[in-house]
Design a protein around this ligand. Structure first.
Ligand SMILES: Cc1ncc(C[n+]2csc(CCOP(=O)(O)OP(=O)(O)O)c2C)c(N)n1
Length: 517
């Protein structure tokens, strides 16, 4: 038997640890990893034409597969191109294993063009960073990277792979390392939570794995028994929703609405959520969104056993036999007529989201009313951007579609956001992913027009307005999609949108709808 080189031991060790999907954008230093993909069966490899697509796809994959994928990135600059979506993955609690090629040790001291401080670039967006020293270490390093990525709720792990460790023989395949368990119940906090949840001025604020179907049902029983309200954070990595599921609203994004929504709560219990804070600071407005003097009880953090915590809380308040409150029911929504507005688009979505669909939401301003209008839609999964770095939606849709090939994916995105990672369309076409994309072509960074006022700018001038406009020239989305192998159409009103969504959902493979709105 021939000896394995480091790259082969890496691929075999990743597979042994359960990582069998790789989103790649390789270069010379990663060629032995690329070659190993043919020698070692079992790693699905997906090429992305920009690293932000690869890292975002890995985020979407984790959210739906509940296990990490790996990325393959080209030295410091390749990693740097992927950082914004690694930031989003980190904030979402998604586990990702980055494999980043590096020069051979002997080459680094020569300061060749692609030499950079890879660990320094990786650290802010990674929980774990390590550089392999020799071919014999690579397998165990890979297993350790997967262990780090699987540490609850999910972490970003970056393994730097010098090219000589990849090509040298002597690679050892490593067994998986044990994954740390989720944190257990804090009984002192449970006692405080039991006392706090009493009546409509108390709130159970949910995040992370507290938003699975089963956990939501438990939360609904607690609400029925105690009279507390239920809400989730503004952005959630993954929420199960629709008819038959306990419907939970979100803390609104606009600062004034958020303050108003939370003002009524004197006691807030956090399960997998953070205490509510503003997305940004605004002049003369508070950054803490809860009312002054509100009691905040942190019952369980994102890495804890949230379903178990909610069960314990339910038992303790005597809710186990209650029927959950707030269960979404199927609504008959009439087909809206006329222009595509946030309201008519929301109604179309309420009518058309297919059963078990995965909705990837980067709809920004257009989507502010989507949530309320879709609580009675067919049961579905909703993914939000938790890190606020736009350009997450199309890549995350790739990862979700690869993790769940039997489910329809609906990617809803602002035109501004979609322009950060449009290369995702090409990967969708190449992999024939079943994604229907709706681009809200309002030709504007619309949200920022509101933010201009919110931060106190009065009467903005034409140059300021020009920085928030996407016209001159208009983007041609259908042409752009076709150039990357994705079919599509334009829609100009609400009935046209519904017809286009139905066409997209009926067709296998990706389909893009450019919606004038
Ligand atoms: C990486 C990154 N760059 C810039 C921003 C600032 N930003 C937030 S929203 C936005 C525009 C979004 O435009 P679009 O997706 O068209 O949505 P709309 O506001 O028009 O609904 C920008 C530029 C950001 N959040 N992240």
């Amino acid at each position: 038997m021939t000896e394995l080189n480091g790259a082969e031991s890496l691929v075999r060790s990743l597979i042994a640890s359960g990582v069998d999907t790789c989103f790649t954008n390789p270069g010379t230093s990663e060629m032995h990893f690329v070659a190993a993909l043919d020698k070692v069966p079992g790693m699905r490899s997906v090429l992305a034409l920009f690293e932000g697509v690869a890292t975002g796809a890995a985020d979407g994959y984790f959210r739906m597969a509940e296990k990490p994928a790996c990325t393959l990135l080209h030295l410091g600059p390749g990693l740097a191109n992927g950082l914004a979506n690694l930031h989003n993955a980190k904030k979402a609690g998604s586990g990702v294993v980055n494999i980043v090629g590096e020069h051979a040790a002997s080459h680094i001291e020569l300061d060749a063009p692609l030499t950079s401080d890879i660990a320094g670039i990786a650290r802010p967006m990674s929980h774990w960073v390590h550089a392999s020293i020799s071919a014999a270490d690579v397998g165990a390093d890979a297993a350790r990277a997967v262990q780090a990525a699987r540490t609850p709720p999910g972490q970003v792990a970056t393994l730097i792979l010098p090219s000589d460790t990849a090509w040298t023989s002597g690679g050892q395949v490593a067994e998986p390392f044990a994954v740390p368990e989720r944190g257990h119940l804090d009984t002192a906090a449970l006692d405080r939570a039991i006392a706090a949840l009493d009546g409509p001025d108390s709130l159970l604020l949910l995040g992370g794995r507290a938003l699975t179907e089963a956990a939501l049902e438990t939360a609904g029983r607690i609400a029925a028994q105690t009279g507390c309200a239920l809400l989730s954070e503004w952005s959630n990595a993954r929420m199960e929703r629709g008819a038959g599921r306990v419907a939970v609203g979100k803390v609104p994004y606009p600062i004034d609405l958020a303050l108003e929504a939370l003002d009524r709560y004197r006691r807030i219990v956090l399960v997998g959520a953070r205490a509510p804070i503003g997305f940004f600071a605004y002049p003369g407005k508070p950054a803490i969104l809860s009312r002054d003097g509100a009691e905040i009880i942190s019952l369980a953090g994102a890495g804890d056993d949230l379903a178990g915590t909610l069960e314990a809380l339910s038992d303790a308040v005597g809710a186990s036999r209650m029927a959950p409150s707030g269960v979404g029911t199927r609504q008959d929504i009439a087909l809206p007529q006329g222009a595509a507005t946030p309201e008519t688009i929301a109604a179309v979505l309420g009518r058309t989201i297919p059963e078990h669909a995965i909705v990837v939401d980067e709809s920004v301003t257009t989507g502010r009313g989507f949530f309320a209008a879709t609580t009675g839609a067919a049961p579905h999964t909703w993914l939000n951007n938790c890190g606020g770095s736009i350009g997450y939606g199309l890549p995350v849709a790739i990862g979700a579609a690869i993790a769940c090939p039997d489910r329809k994916v609906l990617a809803l995105t602002g035109d501004g956001s979609a322009m950060y990672t449009p290369q995702a369309l090409w990967t969708m076409a190449r992999e024939q992913l079943d994604v229907t994309i709706v681009i809200f072509a309002n030709r504007s960074y619309e949200i920022l027009r509101g933010e201009l006022t919110n931060v106190g700018v009065r009467n903005p001038g034409p140059r300021a307005i020009d920085m928030l406009s996407l016209s001159r020239p208009d983007l041609g989305w259908v042409g752009m999609a076709r150039a990357m192998g994705v079919d599509g159409c334009r829609a100009g009103d609400a009935p046209g949108l519904e017809a286009a969504i139905k066409t997209g959902l009926a067709k296998p493979g990706p389909y893009l709808i450019e919606l004038e709105c």
